[in-house]
Design a protein around this ligand. Structure first.
Ligand code: SD4
Length: 356
């Protein structure tokens, strides 16, 4: 080799390694591919791991993982047959986000179609939109080839709903209405003093009295992050939403930045909990932006939860945070949270427990 061509050769070699390893791999202990999911949804994590380890993209692995939870009806609150609304109907909220392109596809309050996360991916891949809702989302999903219309109720969801009706439709999500302690139809309670009744805030601006309908036995969301072999990040979410919700309610599940968020330059986040509160704070957007400013995943997760808890001390929820090197951490409020991880260093899925 002529002496003059040595620098060119070295440049070629370093460019080659940069392209193969990616900038994150240089000088760092990179831990991907990686799968992280809310709760001990081990089968879902295994399915996503199998997909990503086999070479599928982060987006496709997220879809495989969340789809497995929908098929298994994880916790009886993901996929068909879970959490009935006030009419006894099960609907689905789902989202997928590509952290490379920042594309998002989501469906909300989708009826008659059981494949929430696949419908979300169809929105992302075949439309310029971000979010389709209700029956129109179902029509879209079926027109794009997903099975349906199907009855999303199960004997369990109908039984749960029947007991709730027998219990005078308690608990429910209404406020400032009459009748108070029984089933509807409901009407506004007359003149409401907004400062006293609606916001229930004290002088510190803290909403004190709102009780949460979400409990450790009633959690409903798989939120998953995958980093693939290329170091590309994606997130996905699927849920039936809140049990006994008012029909038409959309939770945080299909809201980018709330239930999940991914940015390839930084990392990703997944959330679970009281979506009606959480979606006001976009906790996963907050987590990713905090990590962008240099926070460690665990500190970013704690900060995002704290921002909600200082305004809603009774709020129940949790987030996990993952940076682009695969380091992760979680934080929670009002319950003990668990999240599942599969990385190249592990022989199997590991479950991490986070205390409030
Ligand atoms: C919702 N965030 O629709 C969902 C419910 C949930 O743990 O995650 N519960 O509000």
């Amino acid at each position: 080799m002529a002496l003059g061509s040595i620098p060119t050769f070295l440049l070629f070699i370093s460019t080659f390694f940069f392209m193969v390893l990616g900038d994150d791999a240089v000088g760092n202990s990179v831990k991907y591919p990686l799968v992280v999911s809310t709760w001990p949804f081990k089968e879902a994590v295994k399915a996503a791991w199998k997909a990503v380890d086999g070479g599928l993209s982060a987006v496709d692995a997220v879809v495989e993982g969340c789809s497995t939870c929908e098929e298994l009806r994880c916790d009886g609150t993901v996929g068909p047959g879970g959490s009935p609304d006030e009419n006894g109907e099960t609907t689905i909220d789902a989202l997928v986000m590509n952290g490379v392109t920042m594309e998002v596809g989501a469906v909300a309050a989708m009826r008659y179609v059981k494949d929430g996360i696949r419908a979300a991916r169809l929105v992302m891949q075949h439309t310029e939109h971000t979010l389709l809702v209700g029956e129109k989302a179902s029509v879209f999903a079926i027109s794009m080839g997903l099975p349906g219309p199907s009855n999303l109720s199960s004997s369990e969801s109908i039984e749960k709903w029947t007991k709730w009706k027998e219990n005078h439709c308690q608990p429910n999500f209404w406020k400032n209405v009459v009748p108070a302690g029984s089933c509807g139809p409901y009407h506004p309670k007359g003149k409401v003093d907004v400062s006293e009744e609606c916001t229930k805030t004290n002088l510190m601006g803290v909403a004190e009295l709102r009780s949460s309908h979400i409990s450790p036995h009633n959690h409903d969301t798989i939120s998953m992050t995958v980093i693939d072999k290329m170091g590309h990040v994606a997130v996905g979410t699927s849920t039936n939403g809140a049990t006994y919700k008012i029909p038409g309610r959309v939770g945080d599940g299909p809201i980018a930045g709330s239930s999940a968020y991914a940015d390839n330059d930084v990392g990703a986040c997944g959330a679970t909990g009281d979506g009606d509160i959480m979606m006001r704070f976009l906790p996963c957007y907050q987590v990713v932006e905090s990590m962008r400013l240099g926070m460690e995943p665990r500190a970013a997760a704690k900060d995002a939860i704290y921002r909600i808890a200082r305004k809603f001390p009774n709020f129940v929820g949790a987030v996990f945070a993952v940076n682009k090197n695969g380091e992760h951490g979680g934080a929670c409020h009002g319950w003990t949270f668990q999240y599942s991880v599969r990385s190249p260093e592990m022989d199997d899925v590991e479950v991490f427990t986070v205390f409030p």
